[in-house]
Design a protein around this ligand. Structure first.
Ligand code: UGA
Length: 438
């Protein structure tokens, strides 16, 4: 059993803290947001993440996990302190490090014994060295510490499974002893451990996210070529994916990537390259290709309807940036609804969990609590988020409720041939049988 302090109870901090507690460690998770801590102490989660509430409850009950707003309390007896605070996109695409700085200063001020400060947040290359300088200068008296980079690779919606069964753990530090101690913490996960220097570890995180984003933009560009030539991008992805050098993951064509990670991380990596006088052409195109997909939705719906969108009602199936989360950060649904409204349409929407988070972000959209109620009287539907429950919809019922049976399937969740047979004017992305294609 090790004693761990985790700073930040967002997705990364809360999942990391709860999972380390579940592995038998004693974890004190800290946040400066007193309301969040008060809620967590009552068992109310700040985010929707499958399995998290149960995991937190179990470990709190076992006395392995607790929450506080006090650095002094969180650091009492702690050998490790994870920094897991937000690094939002700042000006020019650079990562905004103000929360990391506050966390580092506060740890320095309150530590009373040697400490390994582990950075989990996604931070620009060189941040680990900067954190070390901050800790050193903010300590009231010198106490031994080491800074380690241990980037997270958790996906929202499957964060606990990703933590417990990682592809790898990356540990970066110039202090070998500290790196080994952090490696020990991860041994129960039985995954490969990459031990490297701080800057390389920080880069591995950006490189991984940018590569995955590029893979998605690649398949989205390819989808257009498939469609132009009558090939099916889903089968193309499956056929490519059997090649172990390529892999099937992250080859789902659709409305592109969003969320709190890919958008800011690709921009931040491009920004870092530019700062050194480099021209990150691929990264720039990865971003452009991605956002084109959202921008294109009104035009495609207009084509399917055979006229403009003025006075039409369009229903959006899904709001969250992806399934199994209520996260609305850079969700395609926001840009799509704005564009549809700008083109003269009324927009209605349904999402199984993101309704409350989404409502203030799209006041002009009528968000309803039942998918069939949403379909009633719509001129067209757009599949925005691939929630499982949309795959199992009673499509006959949906058809009978729609004013015109038009579906733009932005996540390729339906079978084009079946949709045609059922009498839908249906368009998928990069697939043949697009009977609505202009
Ligand atoms: C991503 C990475 O997958 C994690 O490894 C990483 O830890 C995390 O960012 C982070 O940096 O914190 P996440 O943003 O939760 O995780 O979601 P993903 O499952 O990666 O999906 C990202 C976006 O790509 C979503 O909008 C999703 O709909 C889209 N996507 C994903 C596609 O359009 N096609 C695909 O084939 C896969």
């Amino acid at each position: 059993m090790k004693q761990i302090c985790v700073v930040g109870v967002g997705y990364v901090g809360l999942v990391t803290g709860a999972c380390f507690a579940d592995l038998g460690n004693r974890v004190i998770a800290l946040d400066v947001d007193a309301k969040r801590i008060e809620n967590l102490n009552k068992g109310i989660m700040p985010i929707y993440e499958p399995g998290l509430e149960e995991l937190v409850r179990r470990n709190v009950k076992a006395g392995r996990l607790s929450f506080t707003t006090s650095y002094a309390d969180a650091l009492k007896g702690a050998e490790f302190a994870f920094i897991a605070v937000g690094t939002p996109e700042g000006v020019d695409g650079a990562a905004d490090l103000q929360y990391v700085e506050v966390a580092a200063r506060s740890l320095a001020k309150h530590m009373t014994a040697p400490l390994i400060v582990i950075n989990k947040s996604t931070v620009p290359i060189g941040t680990g060295d900067w954190v070390a300088d901050i800790v050193k200068s903010a300590q009231p008296k010198p106490i031994d510490f080491a800074v380690v980079s241990c980037p997270e690779f958790l996906r929202e919606g499957s964060a606990i499974a990703d933590f417990m069964a990682p592809h790898r753990n990356v540990i970066g530090s110039l202090d070998k002893d500290a790196a080994n101690k952090v490696a020990q913490l991860h041994l129960p996960l039985r995954a490969p451990i990459v031990i490297t220097d701080l800057r390389t570890a920080e880069m591995i995180k950006y490189a991984s996210n940018a590569f995955l984003a590029a893979k998605i933009s690649f398949i989205n560009e390819l989808a257009d070529v498939c469609e132009a030539y009558g090939a099916d991008v889903k089968e193309v992805a499956a056929g490519m994916g059997y090649d172990a050098r390529i892999g099937r993951h992250f080859l789902d064509a659709g409305l592109g990537w969003g969320g709190s990670c890919f958008p800011k991380d690709v921009q931040a990596l491009a920004f870092m390259a530019k700062q050194k006088g480099l021209n990150p052409r691929i990264l720039n195109d990865v971003v452009d290709v991605n956002y084109d997909r959202r921008r294109d939705v009104p035009t495609q719906v207009e084509k399917l309807l055979g006229g403009n969108l003025k006075g039409k009602t369009v229903g959006m199936l899904g709001l969250a940036f992806k399934e199994n989360t209520d996260d609305m950060r850079d969700a395609p649904s926001v840009d799509i609804s704005n564009a549809l409204i700008a083109a003269g349409a009324k927009v209605r929407a349904y999402d199984p969990v993101a309704r409350e988070v989404a409502a203030p972000m799209m006041p002009a959209v009528e968000i309803v609590s039942d998918v069939y109620e949403m379909a009633k009287g719509c001129d067209a539907l757009v599949v925005v988020t691939p929630w499982n429950e949309f795959k199992q919809l009673d499509l006959e019922k949906v058809k009978s409720l729609l004013k015109t049976p038009v579906i733009y399937d932005g996540r390729n969740i339906y079978d084009p041939a079946r949709m045609s047979e059922m009498g839908f004017t249906y368009r998928a992305i990069g697939r043949p049988s697009n009977n609505g294609r202009a």
